[in-house]
Design a protein around this ligand. Structure first.
Ligand code: CMX
Length: 135
């Protein structure tokens, strides 16, 4: 089951530069984390039950670095929290949606994540995220 929009991922060249923008808009930074499996550094800005997630690539050639090269900073993905990422992945695979990983991968805060190919989801990169502690 898809439970809520957990966050909207925004690609930024650096977390410091992005944080300045979002603090000016009026959001408060919750914390930063290096997500090594995703090759990103992230900063979270809570908004109600959701968040804005800033994404800085750890190095060139990674998905977020390629996105920035092509588009510049901007909305990179939409993340839905799900109760069971394995079941949701299999449901979508059976429905013909391309999954970007064979099986769910480790994400931030001990979560498990799957990405759906934007060409099968109306041009929007979608992350499915199952949180261990359902934060
Ligand atoms: N949103 C929408 N479309 C996107 C996109 C995005 N974030 N990233 C790429 N695309 C589109 C491109 O515009 C391109 O479309 P056209 O063919 O019409 O030009 C197409 O997808 C292919 O793009 P590409 O630049 O050639 O990139 P790749 O195919 O090598 O990779 C993707 C694209 C989505 C498969 C890859 O970025 C991926 O595997 N992403 C999932 C993992 C990820 O993004 N991790 C970072 C975030 C992790 C975190 O939350 O910390």
């Amino acid at each position: 089951m898809i439970k809520r929009v957990h966050h909207i991922g925004i690609a930024v060249r650096t977390l410091d530069e992005g944080a300045e923008t979002w603090k000016r808009i009026g959001l408060l930074e919750e914390g930063r984390e290096d997500v090594v499996p995703a090759k990103t550094k992230i900063a979270m800005f809570p908004v109600g039950e959701s968040r804005v997630e800033l994404l800085e690539p750890m190095y060139e050639g990674t998905p977020v670095a390629k996105f920035l090269d092509k588009n510049g900073p901007g909305i990179h993905h939409l993340c839905f929290e799900v109760d069971d990422v394995d079941a949701e992945s299999e449901r979508l695979r059976a429905a013909g949606v391309r999954l970007l990983y064979e099986t769910p991968q480790p994400g931030a805060h001990g979560s498990r994540v799957m990405f759906l190919h934007p060409k099968d989801t109306g041009g929007v990169l979608i992350e499915l995220n199952e949180f261990a502690d359902h934060e």
